[in-house]
Design a protein around this ligand. Structure first.
Ligand SMILES: [Zn+2]
Length: 105
């Protein structure tokens, strides 16, 4: 128990949070085209399109940072960030812990 930095409950909670942040990030990416298409059909002006785009970029920045700064519960490093490299893989970039490791075992 002493050599494990976090208990199983915290471990599961951290992975759950990381999965939720990934969902928000990918959801924001997927919402881009529909959001602009809907805005275009409601009000096809540059101002409306620009406003929606600005809001989308703001959400993208927030969720990218949230996901990028998620820590790995096993090694304590950033899950998706290795040096300057940001990769949204399903495994920790440092210790290869799978994003669903708490579900598999
Ligand atoms: Zn790790």
């Amino acid at each position: 128990m002493d050599d494990s930095p976090v208990d199983p409950v915290t471990y599961r909670d951290i992975l759950k949070t990381t999965r939720r942040r990934r969902k928000y990030f990918f959801g924001t990416l997927l919402v881009y085209i529909p959001a602009l298409w809907i805005t275009y059909n409601i009000s096809p002006t540059n101002r409306a399109m620009g406003t929606v785009f600005g809001i989308w970029v703001l959400f993208l920045i927030i969720f990218t940072f949230q996901a990028a700064l998620s820590k790995c519960p096993r090694c304590g490093n950033y899950f998706h960030l290795h040096g300057m490299t940001l990769l949204f893989l399903r495994k920790c970039l440092h210790c290869q812990l799978h994003i669903n490791a708490d579900k598999i075992s």
